[in-house]
Design a binder for this molecule. Sequence first.
Ligand code: ATP
Length: 340
Amino acid sequence: MISIRNVVKTYGSGDTAVHAIKNATIEIEKGEIFGVIGFSGAGKSSLIRCVNLLERPTSGSVVINGTDLTKLSQDQLRQARRKIGMIFQHFNLLSSSTVFENVAAPLRLNKTPKEVIRKKVTELLELVGLAHRAQAYPSQLSGGQKQRVAIARALANDPEILLCDEATSALDPQTTESILDLLLDINKKYNLTIMLITHEMHVVKKICDRVAVMEEGGVVETGTVLDIFSRPQQMTTKNFIRSIFDDQLPEGLLDRVHHVPGSRLVRLTFIGESTGHPVLAELTEKFQLKPNILFGHITQIKDTPFGYLVIAINGDSTVLDKAVDYVKQQGIGAEVIEHV
Ligand SMILES: Nc1ncnc2c1ncn2[C@@H]1O[C@H](COP(=O)(O)OP(=O)(O)OP(=O)(O)O)[C@@H](O)[C@H]1O
């Protein structure tokens, strides 16, 4: 659906050149919610703006449904962009137009008949829960309501793709939740492909199917959100996951574990059904171990329960090896993070 191939974006030239995207390749499937996460300056905004050519890549291609946008004429590009809606962190609404007129704007540009516009805008405002504010002006709305208007406007031309540039970064946590729920809703209802950029792992955890992690202009890791949470490879990814659950154990606690010879610290990860598995009881029953829980967290990644436990076990090393293997056979991730 969206193929970002070897995209490079350099601003300026010579000594002052900024290499915002060094070489990014991402494939996004139809109907998927794909997140790009990275710290400030990683190149996320530049990347998402290259998808609809708000920024033209310095090299590389952006292929949407088989068409390379970088090869289109201005007129063809205008046509192609109709199928790509976009929302922004600061909403970008027309302040002197009503909510109705903001949503109608893209349709008026296409010279859509008045009656069709009235019907479509009414439908969209109902979808985003703002039918009763059609005659209000943006200044009379809350941030969440403004973003709802922006979403309605982005959907006016029945796009196949919605690009979200830090769409919830200016909103409080509760409003963020409701906007993310709305995005999930429209993704399901219209099988809309959504690409979003964010610096909040919470956003990725709640709505994304897959995620790419960006660092210094490059994509350093890509995978399903469950994979990324259960087996993060890069330090940046681990740091983002720590913003959701910080498994750094306090020094004092580690010291105590370090004083018990033959101890192992094991990180267990439970996904889906395995969250219901009484594995600690089994370690006691089958291996006569006495697991000591040092850290635990259970959460939901999109629709799937995800649990995370750090335990200390000690005993004979052959028994500990067998116990760890047994846990893995039960479909539970088990990674020995420290031997004492
Ligand atoms: N129009 C521009 N002209 C020159 N440099 C730019 C421009 N836009 C972005 N940059 C630079 O490109 C790099 C990547 O910026 P970009 O905004 O894409 O990153 P980001 O990950 O979205 O960061 P943030 O979350 O802070 O917006 C930064 O060093 C930035 O200063």
